[in-house]
Design a binder for this molecule. Structure first.
Ligand SMILES: NC(=O)c1ccc[n+]([C@@H]2O[C@H](COP(=O)([O-])OP(=O)(O)OC[C@H]3O[C@@H](n4cnc5c(N)ncnc54)[C@H](OP(=O)(O)O)[C@@H]3O)[C@@H](O)[C@H]2O)c1
Length: 262
């Protein structure tokens, strides 16, 4: 598949992976719908990309609001060929210390928000008999580790949702791809929630040493073009973790109990 003249809706386009995907897709001739909360950052990106794309600010933490208001926006946008559910939020906090609201916040943004946007966009793909839904889960959606009880739960949920959706829409010629990145060098650790649900505002070594974001985005676009079902994209232990867990689960569980990626 090529991206020229395709309309691609990307959430989380204001930063990190989403921004890198937007830049590379624009270079390949795609027409973009850029979404996130930070409207100024989206407008700046649109200007950087020649000003010909569409900015749709939204807050995934308000899924009911999206379900009510986005259909009008979609009428204005028209055809969407590819939806990339990329926006997300992580955490670096222990279960015993977390306020319950941390779990609600992670599920709203990473899971319910993703479902709401998919629910808005999918019907026109079904009517047309073509389209692609791409969701960025995580290696944390395949394996668990400390400090991520809510994040991992939300990302496992995305994997399950996408597996079921893939089965349901295959007959409509709609393809579903789940991308599970390992550590990618972005602002994700800075934006990760602390036990009170606030951004921790500090870096994490494994993310700082993670894969270059442009390299990761290029691999993601390759997986989209090849219409893969699920891919893991990462270097070193973060990319190998799902395979290690699958073949050596007890060893993997012992290792994760000793590791402190915070
Ligand atoms: N970096 C990694 O190592 C890694 C690994 C595995 C999976 N991932 C996943 O990759 C995706 C992108 O993360 P990233 O690494 O690029 O992190 P990032 O630099 O922190 O970007 C996160 C993006 O999500 C948007 N976002 C956050 N909360 C939102 C909300 N309530 N409504 C709408 N948009 C929201 C942010 O935009 P605003 O703040 O403007 O809203 C931002 O554009 C996430 O789903 C993340 O879980 C990342």
């Amino acid at each position: 598949m090529h991206f020229r003249h395709k309309t691609v809706w990307i959430t989380g386009a204001s930063s990190g992976i989403g921004k890198a995907l937007a830049e590379q897709l624009a270079g390949k001739g795609a027409r973009l719908i850029l979404s996130a909360r930070n409207e100024a950052a989206l407008n700046e990106l649109n200007t950087e990309l020649g000003g010909k794309h569409c900015v749709v600010p939204l807050d995934l933490a308000r899924p009911e609001h999206l379900l009510e208001h986005l259909p009008n926006t979609l009428d204005r946008i028209g055809k969407v060929d590819i939806l990339i559910n990329n926006a997300g939020l992580s955490q670096r906090s222990l279960f015993l210390e977390n306020e319950f609201s941390v779990y609600r916040q992670l599920m709203e943004v990473n899971y319910f928000g993703l479902i709401a946007l998919t629910k808005v966009v999918l019907p026109q793909m079904v009517n047309r008999g073509s389209g692609m839904v791409v969701s960025i889960s995580s290696v944390a959606g395949k394996v668990g580790s400390k400090f991520r009880t809510g994040y991992s739960g939300s990302k496992y949920a995305v994997v399950g949702f996408m597996d079921c959706l893939r089965a349901e829409v295959a007959a409509h010629n709609i393809h579903c791809l789940t991308i599970c990145p390992g550590s990618i060098k972005t602002a994700i650790a800075h934006n990760s929630l602390d036990p009170k649900g606030h951004a921790q505002n500090k870096p994490e070594q494994s993310i700082e040493n993670g894969m270059d974001v442009n390299k990761a985005a290029a691999k993601m676009l390759k997986a989209i073009a090849a219409k893969k079902d699920e891919v893991v994209i990462g270097e070193g232990i973060s990319g190998l973790a799902p395979t290690i867990k699958r073949f050596f689960p007890r060893l993997f569980n012992r290792l994760t109990a000793r590791m402190n990626y915070r």
